[in-house]
Design a protein around this ligand. Structure first.
Ligand code: ZN
Length: 148
């Protein structure tokens, strides 16, 4: 196992054990459910907006370590970003995670650690579930999203 893979494992374990921003947000402006039937991951993402800035993000749910860790890292990373920035980051993150190039997420700070999921293709849907839910929430869809 190289250093990056080891760091990946450690970050996933840490965020899964102590997820950040893990609570139901009573005053959310929008929220969306995400469901990944392949793995059984089920998350709800909540957003509080101040003008076009995401001032608060949280999530609840249950799922595998990767889905929970990815949601935890996402809610930390996107706080304070604008909706447009969040959408751009989602695109970059999604492209990066399906890419063969480990440097493809170099501009994404600690999100880049999730590029390690690339080594486990069946887990890519786990890693992107919270992001799909976020996107659904931002587009004000109240319909649950599925990765299928
Ligand atoms: Zn999963």
């Amino acid at each position: 196992m190289n250093d990056l893979q080891q760091l990946y494992q450690e970050v996933i374990i840490d965020h899964n054990k102590c997820p950040r921003n893990f609570y139901v947000m009573e005053h959310a402006h929008c929220q969306a459910d995400g469901y990944n039937p392949l793995c059984g991951d089920q998350l709800t993402v909540y957003l509080h907006l101040k003008d076009d800035i995401i001032s608060e993000l949280s999530f609840v749910g249950k799922g595998c370590a990767i889905s929970v860790a990815s949601a935890s890292i996402m809610t930390d990373y996107l706080r304070g970003k604008t909706i447009q920035e969040a959408e751009n980051i989602f695109e970059e993150f999604h492209q990066g995670i399906i890419s063969d190039n480990p440097a493809s997420m170099a501009g994404l700070g600690k999100l880049a650690i999730l590029q390690g999921v690339h080594n486990y293709p069946s887990r890519i849907k786990c890693a992107t579930l919270a992001w799909h839910a976020l996107k659904a929430a931002l587009t004000h869809q109240s319909m649950p999203v599925s990765t299928e």
